[in-house]
Design a protein around this ligand. Sequence first.
Ligand code: ATP
Length: 615
Amino acid sequence: MSAMAAPRKKRPGKDEKLTFKERLAALRNLPAFFRMVWQTSPGLAIGNTVLRVAQSAMPLSLLYVGKLIIDQVVHLTKDPGHSTTWLWQLVALEFGLAILSDALSRAISLLDGLLGDLFANHTSVKIMEHAAKLDLDQFEDAEFYDKLERARQQTSGRTVLLAQVLSQVQDIITIVFLAAGLVFFNPWLILLLLLAVIPAFLNESHFNDLYYKLAWGQTSDRRELDYIRYLGASDETAKEVKVFDLSNFLINRFKFISNKFYTDKKVLQIRDSIWGTIFAIVGAAGYYAAYVIIILQTIRGHLSIGDLAFLAGSFRQLRTTFQGILIRFSSVTQGALYLRDLFEYFEIQPKMVPVLHPRAFPRPIQQGFTFEDVGFKYINSDKWAIRHLNFTLHPGEKLALVGENGAGKTTLVKLLSRLYDPVEGRILLDGIDLREYDLKELRTQVGVIFQDYQRYQMTVSQNIAVGNIAQSNNLPMIEDAARQSLASPLIEKMPLGYEQMLGRRFNQGIELSGGEWQKIALARAYMKDAQLLILDEPTSALDARAEYNVFLRFADLTRDKTAVLISHRFSTVRMANRILVLERGTLVEIGSHEELLARKGRYAELFELQAAGYK
Ligand SMILES: Nc1ncnc2c1ncn2[C@@H]1O[C@H](COP(=O)(O)OP(=O)(O)OP(=O)(O)O)[C@@H](O)[C@H]1O
């Protein structure tokens, strides 16, 4: 079973050469990128384009007006009696153009900034929306995580790409304007310039590939680096880092990985700047060759002084714009390569595709859930976590799952709540495959509290409301759920009651004990009127009296519901109608507490073992 349903594409490995063709092919991602930009804000996108087109006409206009001014000045020096009106009109025009050009640049960078911020937000939302669609096991795949990480990096990095692509278009239009002016004088000079900047371009694009490959190869190390940074400086880990004295261990690991990054990049950067300098000299030589030609033509009287200034200025501008375009071309293609990562992430499709015509969830459940030879193994494991599992969970039944660590109890529960689908066999609900029911409805009808439930750094009421987020403003319901899970006395003692922030991350947050957190988390189970309630060791952190009370209450509150409990405490387990004993993923016994004790099998053995501890 593969988590990556999307087609795998050939990716450049560390040593693999990225061809020019591949780089060009990456540009195919740009239309999709522009679509995303457009979706972000059509108004800003149009405004930006219009301003940039206007700005691209500026250099040529300024240079041409400059030429007219010089020619007019030269004319006036030869003929001082001539009227100066035209000259001052030209100066005023140039002044106006200079102000306009400056205003346009500022407006463009403002729109770039605004559009960039909105684009980053829009992409982050899309990444989260897509993550919500994916299956749980896709998150457990390291390759997927790398992809997610690279996609995340796109959000801020791609705003740069946006400005680059737009500048590229703007510069191309500028060049068309300038070249149109220059072709008139000498087309061969443009060719000369082109030849002079091409080596710099090839060099730049070569190094960009190397940078990209380096960053690509470092993705998973980078994840480790982020993780170490978090371990080394976070409220959640500070306690263990201190008692186990881990700081040196973490710092050394951090240094080792970050130094490796630094060294690898340094070597590239040095080579890049040496070659960059050499090719910049070649470019400058091209420009000065053209300059000499223009000077010679002026001396021979073929060009006016104004023409000389205009041509020299145009060439200088043309050269920098050309170089900018060519150099940016490789960073645009590099950006497009990164975009491919983003789009590849969006291409990953969940395997749990909804059926075309989902069935309505039965209300009430008639026959219950039947496991038919169910087998399951995790994507990153060759071992069967569950195998050949056959049993029926009857409606209204309270079933306890018992087994040693790693026996498969939580896995069974995940299959029941369709976080995963079986790899072998099937699970039936009222005789029909669970996969045929509407997944959303199933989620509302099956309530699960996992042993590793989340401690949200949010308010108490939000922490409870996550059990049914649609009711997050329904305080009476939240209070009722807290009463049922026996959390209300605890909440009433808090300074801000249900509005109390929990955890230490945010202002005025208070930290709770493990058992206190569990009581809050348990309230989530009562937030919806689910027909099947699953509690996976929900009371392991509660003291004996609290646990006893919770289960008495639970039995009372779930009288007409089906329930599955996982617990290592037999005092709890014995309250169930039936007990299913799992061993290495298979069912070894099933029956009531009394029946299983009488059998003197595995359950009796585990029960005696625990009872002996209390004697
Ligand atoms: N996400 C996962 N990826 C790979 N293997 C997993 C994953 N979760 C569990 N396993 C493996 O599947 C097997 C069953 O695990 P499971 O969590 O169902 O056990 P359990 O009976 O609930 O254990 P415990 O009493 O310790 O909670 C174990 O061998 C475990 O290593």
